[in-house]
Ligand binder design. Sequence first.
Ligand SMILES: C[S@@+](CC[C@H](N)C(=O)[O-])C[C@H]1O[C@@H](n2cnc3c(N)ncnc32)[C@H](O)[C@@H]1O
Length: 218
Amino acid sequence: MDEVRERMLEMIDEAESSGQPMSWFEDLYRHSNRDRGQIPWDWEGPHPFLIEWSNENEALGRRVLVVGSGLGEDASFLWKRGWKVTAFDISEEAVEWARHLHQETDIDWMVGDLLSPEPGWICKYDLVVEVHILQAIPEEFRKRAYPNLASMLARGGTLICIGKLADESNIGDSGPPWPLTWDFINQADEWLEEVEKHSAIIPEKEGERYRAVWKRAG
Ligand SMILES: C[S@@+](CC[C@H](N)C(=O)[O-])C[C@H]1O[C@@H](n2cnc3c(N)ncnc32)[C@H](O)[C@@H]1O
């Protein structure tokens, strides 16, 4: 196991023992001293599946909410493509770091928790994007968090979820991340209309990845 992952697992244990199981995200960002090499999920650019989707879907100045925005690469990419962007993360340090990295934008960066979204976000966004968030939080929280993504869509709005797909080789892995099964991902079918389910291997990235896209009725 590499040093970065070992340290992350120690922080997760400490956070669980302190009764605040999500606090390790903030600990990890702070202890990195703004060295991106210490952030295990940082791809230093937008997710290729988001780029692909965006190539076929115009922004037209509409509003997007980027959930668990981390260091802000997906948010910044969408802003450059013409979206009006709000981005939030549970970690205050991640939000401040992302704000600093993407100073040229007018993204509305916020600290927030997907488990209790701000009332002002409900039914507001034409697009809600989550990249590698559901898979980063333990199942008990993930089940509560998932319906909240759909609740933030305006009528006719689109939800995009991108993550790592569970398969026989990784299904028993101790996370994070916890790759997700199609059974879990497909629960959004209860609230939204399916637009796309796509999966593929991304060169130089481990495992199969998915992009699932839904629409709220207009
Ligand atoms: C695996 S990282 C992915 C970050 C970013 N989306 C990316 O792809 O680089 C998960 C992110 O979700 C944030 N996060 C975890 N739980 C959250 C919650 N309940 N609400 C908002 N953000 C959360 C973490 O702080 C972290 O930045």
